[in-house]
Design a protein around this ligand. Structure first.
Ligand SMILES: Cc1ncc(COP(=O)(O)O)c(C=O)c1O
Ligand SMILES: [Zn+2]
Length: 404
């Protein structure tokens, strides 16, 4: 059960009963490098056999603990999870014949392409929305502050999809170069899509992110898939790892490693946290954007990484790769990944571009329609094998997004 939150940087604790506890109380616009992470009481994660995973894993989730801390009946929490949770069912996890044959390694693949909005992203966002729905039902709010997100990819689609289910207003900040058809899809879901151009005198960095920060300062809800913007995304994001652990155990497979593609880093943090320490996290980036690997190398075995955030996590210059969903110039959730690398005995992996392309082709030729971002973890495995680093037992990969 989740009992509260702790900032991985300054150690500030926040009680689970606190409403809208998105960010560390000590974070400010200038000093934003803080991140709240869920604190659990250590009880084992035991799901119900309900087909809805939000319901099945509720007792290990922060939104449920928040509801219960305010005296909400369990039946009501289930009702709320069902209201938002259509399609949140266990995604397939199976031995991948083609990849196992091609590599000589037992490769198990978690397939998120059939998940809500075609990627794993909805898992991160749904916890934020569940918190809001619970708070509304408890009468803690009388009006609906708009949700806001800065994304032009899977996260935006997941965000708009979830918001539309409960008709919660949402603003999506996107760059001017966003694909028109994708924007039309967000429009159809009822999102307020704002194309953000760069203007003279703007601060450096992404103008969509700057607009997002301004609207948050004005009271919008950070509907973000990045922990520093909203720690709640690090809660239900763990359902992917919890599912994989239960599925691996049921199949009797001993996972030695999990290869997870890293962009902002919330995905790898949550996947590894849910899966547990037995599977060594292999955090995969591409040669065209590898700020995490650089930070981990600069950090060494420093026992207090949080204080070195600004020093070691440097924005990557001109990120580029076919795997365009993991081109975040900074790994926002790098602290979560460092914790997981250390706990599981894992490491970072950098895949060169030819291997990124080869992994994508190998998976899609095998009949799975997965995006190049979604197969980047496979590229990490192929890189290790090419370097002569061969696991002794089975490994897991995640097909995290459908080909579009
Ligand atoms: C399909 C897919 N896989 C993986 C990722 C990486 O997730 P994260 O940014 O949490 O590291 C993304 C992010 O956009 C994605 O769209
Ligand atoms: Zn803090």
């Amino acid at each position: 059960m989740v009992v509260g939150w702790v900032c991985a940087v300054c150690g500030t604790r926040v009680d689970i009963a606190e409403a809208y506890s998105w960010t560390c109380p000590r974070a400010t616009a200038d000093d934003w490098r803080h991140v709240l992470m869920p604190v659990a009481d250590g009880a084992p994660v035991i799901p119900d056999d309900d087909p809805n995973t939000l319901v099945a894993f509720r007792r290990s989730s922060a939104w449920w603990a928040f509801a219960r801390a305010h005296g909400m009946d369990d039946d009501v929490t289930v009702e709320i999870a069902r209201e938002i949770g259509d399609g949140f069912s266990r995604t397939p996890f199976a031995r991948h014949g083609a990849l196992s044959d091609a590599t000589g390694v037992e490769v198990w693949a978690k397939d998120e392409t059939s998940n809500v909005a075609g990627s794993h992203k909805a898992r991160h966002l749904v916890g934020v929305l569940l918190h809001l729905l619970v708070a509304e039902r408890l009468g803690l709010s009388t009006s609906r502050a708009p949700l806001a997100i800065s994304s032009c990819g899977n996260a935006a689609l997941a965000a708009a999809t979830l918001a539309s289910r409960v008709r919660w207003p949402i603003t999506v900040f996107v760059p001017t170069w966003m694909d028109e058809a994708f924007g039309d899809g967000l429009d159809r879901l009822g999102a307020d899509v704002r194309r953000c151009a760069r203007h003279d005198g703007d601060p450096p960095g992404d103008p969509a992110m700057a607009a997002f920060r301004r609207t948050i300062a004005d009271g919008a809800v950070p509907f973000s898939v990045q922990g520093p913007h909203n720690g709640w995304c690090l809660d239900t994001g763990r359902t992917i790892g919890w599912e994989m652990r239960a599925q691996a155990d049921a199949a009797g497979v001993d996972l030695e490693r999990v290869y997870v593609q890293v962009g902002g880093g919330a995905f790898a943090t949550c996947c590894s946290d849910g899966l547990g320490d037995a599977a060594a996290l292999h955090a995969v980036q591409t040669a065209g954007c590898a700020p995490l690997a650089a930070a981990v190398a600069a950090l060494g075995d420093d026992a207090n990484p949080g204080v070195r955030w600004a020093e070691v996590m440097r924005p990557w210059d001109a990120p580029h790769s076919l795997a365009d969903g993991i081109l975040d110039d900074e790994t926002y959730d790098w602290l979560g990944i460092v914790t997981r690398l250390r706990a599981s005995g894992g490491r970072t992996v950098i895949a060169d571009e030819a291997t990124v392309v080869a992994a994508h082709r190998m998976v899609n030729d095998g009949g799975d329609a997965v995006s190049p971002t979604g197969t980047a973890g496979v590229a990490g495995l192929l890189s290790d094998l090419a370097a002569g680093d061969r696991p002794d037992a089975a490994v897991a990969v995640v097909f995290s997004g459908v080909a579009r």
